[in-house]
Design a protein around this ligand. Structure first.
Ligand code: BG6
Length: 478
């Protein structure tokens, strides 16, 4: 493990994302030795906190996730500093600049800066602009900007957001986080494809009947009703996570090594999404919103905090996506995601047709890639762990087999510190996926939804089953 040197400036340093995801991940990197002596973290937010108080909040958060000795947590927290900050006040950026310069010398952070936006997207532009105009960027180290979704709520707002950021940071220094790209299975899909030639040979419209991507959650919106009312599952999960998963499994040339090529393959795939007419939205996409559960103990979505009583926001979506490429023409990609489903499940099911027997793979075989390992399983063939299956055309490549045990955010932060943009989303990908999502959203916004239409703890509205039945298919996970 090679130690990295950097100075993090976390905007929104007192917030939920920072405490739940970033600090625990930085702590993991600290324990693993990626972060050691030469790093400092400045947390900024409006409230006036002292360094000591800030450090106490960090140790308190860490205790929720780790059982380590408090001493090591306090040692770690010594690298943390707090600067109260109003995003519109230029003077505060000067204070930040001075503090960052001081800490850079103190910790010998090699003038490397990571500016992390753990704040609402409406502030991304103004913060990025000030970082630039107030001269926070260093000359002889790197200056990387990290942003979290949502990147806009439609193509127009995404363009605007991107335009504002692009004025202050070149695209190469922008790291847009999609935490699904930090998950090991998603990162290993190219390895699995490149290392299993027969599987890869079968991965096209000649041999694939359909591909299914499921991101099911058992929880409801919890305390995020306010955010969710501006989003819905289409924007929250489909535009980003689901599309990126589809990108990993369907883009060309999985053996490509360079970030540039990998992104180009994905961008090309998204650019070939078959546009939907309003009528096709009606037939190919299903929306749902959860009601109470059978026993009446779980709330309906419309009863959640900060949710309108007549909300038309969807908490479930299933749809059929198609691509206009030689490889995938005619193959439906059925995708779905929902809250308050029976279990948490994150999986890709690849359903082969009967022609696949030509390649020595049993007709109608189903290969399942589990994005969250269950019982230590990663790949299933017809529902059985690949190692115990009679067929051996696909296995986990040795060197890729979950050796690192890294958590998604920790893995993405290592990438940021290493300047590796492979596992981040580029603007061109977003443009195509937003355009596609907009066509669905626009149709839905023009029609009244018949909500609520599924009970909590169930598989979503019936129309979701019918979507596949119509094509003579059915959901594998049900
Ligand atoms: C987030 C969504 O991006 O992903 C949440 O905003 C969702 O609504 C979460 O719950 C799911 O992530 P994971 O890693 O728990 O599957």
């Amino acid at each position: 493990v090679k130690e990295k040197s950097a100075n993090f400036i976390i905007f929104g340093g007192s917030g939920d994302l920072a405490h739940r995801k970033l600090y625990p991940s930085l702590f993991r990197l600290y324990k693993a030795g990626y972060l050691k002596d030469h790093f400092a973290v400045i947390g900024t937010a409006r409230r006036p906190w002292s360094d000591d108080y800030f450090r106490e909040t960090i140790v308190a958060s860490l205790k929720e996730y780790f059982t380590d000795d408090e001493k090591i947590m306090s040692e770690f927290a010594k690298h943390f500093f707090y600067q109260s900050h109003d995003v519109n006040d230029s003077a505060h950026y000067i204070a930040l600049k001075n503090l960052a310069a001081k800490l850079n010398d103190q910790f010998e952070a090699e003038n490397n800066r990571v500016y992390y936006m753990a704040i609402a997207p409406k502030f991304f532009g103004v913060v990025a602009e000030h970082i630039n105009s107030e001269g926070l960027k260093t000359k002889d180290g790197y200056n990387r900007l990290v942003i979290e979704k949502p990147f806009g709520r439609d193509l127009d707002s995404a363009c605007e957001l991107n335009g504002n950021i692009a004025k202050a940071f070149p695209e190469d220094d922008i790291y847009r986080i999609d935490h699904y790209l930090g998950k090991e299975m998603i990162q290993d899909i190219p390895n699995i494809r490149a290392n299993n030639p027969k599987f890869e040979e079968a991965l096209n419209n000649k041999y694939v009947s359909n591909i299914q991507v499921t991101l099911a959650e058992s929880l409801g919106v919890e305390d995020r009703g306010g955010y969710y009312e501006t989003s819905g599952v289409l924007r929250d999960m489909i535009q980003n996570h689901i599309m990126q998963i589809v990108g990993a499994i369907a883009s060309d040339d999985p053996a490509a090594k360079r970030a540039k090529d990998i992104h180009k393959n994905k961008t090309d795939l998204f650019a070939s999404l078959k546009n939907l007419t309003p009528e096709q939205v009606d037939t190919n996409f299903v929306r749902g919103q959860y009601d109470i559960d059978e026993s009446g103990t779980e709330k309906a979505y419309r009863q959640e905090d900060n949710v309108a009583e007549d909300s038309e926001i969807e908490t479930y979506t299933a749809g059929k996506i198609e691509f206009d490429t030689e490889r995938w023409d005619g193959v439906p990609f059925y995708v779905r995601s929902g809250k308050r489903m029976p279990n948490k499940a994150s999986r890709i099911d690849i359903v082969f047709n009967d022609k696949v027997a030509e390649l020595g793979i049993n007709a109608n075989t189903v290969v399942t890639l589990l994005i969250e390992r269950t019982n230590n399983q990663s790949i299933l063939i017809n529902g059985v762990n690949y190692a115990e299956s009679a067929q051996d055309f696909i296995k986990f490549p040795e060197e890729a087999e979950f050796t690192t045990g890294r958590e998604a955010y920790a893995s993405l932060i290592i990438d940021i510190l290493s300047g590796n943009r492979v596992h981040f989303t580029l603007w061109d990908e977003l443009r195509s996926t937003w355009k596609y999502i907009d066509s669905i959203r626009e149709r839905w916004d023009s029609q009244k939804a018949d909500f609520p239409n599924y009970m909590s703890g169930t598989m979503g509205p019936d129309a979701s089953e019918m979507l596949l039945e119509r094509d003579g298919n059915s959901w594998i996970w049900d």
